[in-house]
Design a binder for this molecule. Structure first.
Ligand code: MG
Length: 310
């Protein structure tokens, strides 16, 4: 049984990648099974022990919209001793107040590159949602918090089809102009392919957005997440979002496969000799443990391969 990939570096790639782990937030909010608060706390502790340095912990949205994460107030204090950055999602000023009251130092807002998704997910136009984020980002930064701007539907939208690159660039620039420290470009329905990824990154550069302010968030719905990640790394991206065990199906494609699995990503990066700080065996054990809690096997190929018993 091979437990680690062979290490064969390739030219033109970064020496180190920071993985932004989203399993506890983006993963669990899209799982049907609600997970007890203590299990979530143990999950985050185990992810940190496996070497993940940025772990998105929860979301301060109204519990009516995301009941899976309704325990944010109870969970966050249980993470005080976690040795990792713990960003939390906040949808508006009310969510920001709740997060800051608990001592959150990194927040994320969640924007859309398309009008249809903004309307369906945020109940606002793109312009109205940016106006809603403006005081959130300003107040978070006044308080010294780091702000990440998620941008969803950057490649395709289930209602609008292909999303023009210039449209994504325009909203991305607007989020940075509000004061976001970094962007996460989301392929929410997993339809991107590598040329499209590089075209968007180049267009952002041409519009004055440096690659070091951009992370990528790929979904594996059509099996393209790692190809797209490699294309982004070749362009110079060094922040990659992934979800332990591939937690979180794709809510818009009714597919079992959504988020790129962190183990699949680490397998590729380990093979390329790119540093992540992550212990693949410890991470896989964590995802196997969480899969047992959820009562369904992890969709990650790497988790399945490494946990397969003869
Ligand atoms: Mg996702």
């Amino acid at each position: 049984m091979i437990g680690l990939p062979m290490n064969v570096p390739a030219p033109g790639l970064p020496a180190r990648v920071r993985i932004h782990e989203v399993g506890a937030r983006d993963g669990l909010q899209n799982e049907k099974t609600a997970v007890p608060t203590e299990v979530k706390a143990e999950f985050v502790h185990r992810l940190a022990a496996a070497g993940l340095s940025t772990i998105e912990a929860t979301s301060f949205v109204h519990p009516k919209w995301v009941p899976q994460l309704a325990d944010a107030e109870q969970l966050f204090p249980l993470l005080a001793d976690v040795d990792a950055a713990l960003p939390v999602l906040v949808p508006n000023e009310r969510g920001l107040d709740r997060a800051l009251a608990l001592g959150a130092t990194r927040i994320a807002v969640f924007g859309s590159a398309t009008e249809t998704f903004a309307s369906r997910n945020l109940n606002r136009t793109v312009a109205e949602s940016l106006a809603m984020f403006e005081p959130v980002v300003a107040r978070a930064r006044q308080g010294g918090a780091h702000v990440r701007g998620y941008l969803s539907m950057c490649f395709g939208d289930p209602w609008e089809g292909a999303v023009p690159v210039h449209q994504v660039v325009s909203v991305a620039k607007a989020l940075l102009d509000l004061g976001c420290d970094e962007l996460s470009l989301g392929d929410t329905i997993g339809v991107a392919t590598p040329g499209h990824v590089q075209a968007l990154l180049s267009a952002l550069n041409e519009a004055g957005v440096p690659t070091d302010r951009v992370g990528v968030h790929f979904h594996d719905t059509y099996g393209q997440a790692l190809s797209n990640t490699l294309a982004a790394l070749q362009h110079g991206v060094t922040t990659v979002d992934a979800s332990a065990g591939g937690l979180g199906g794709c809510p818009y494609a009714k597919s079992a496969t959504g988020n790129l699995a962190t183990e699949d990503l680490v397998w590729m990066l380990d093979g390329l000799g790119i540093e992540t700080g992550v212990d693949l065996a410890a991470l896989t054990a964590t995802s196997v443990w969480m899969a047992e809690r959820l009562g369904r096997p992890s969709p990650s190929r790497t988790v399945r391969a490494l946990s397969h018993k003869e």
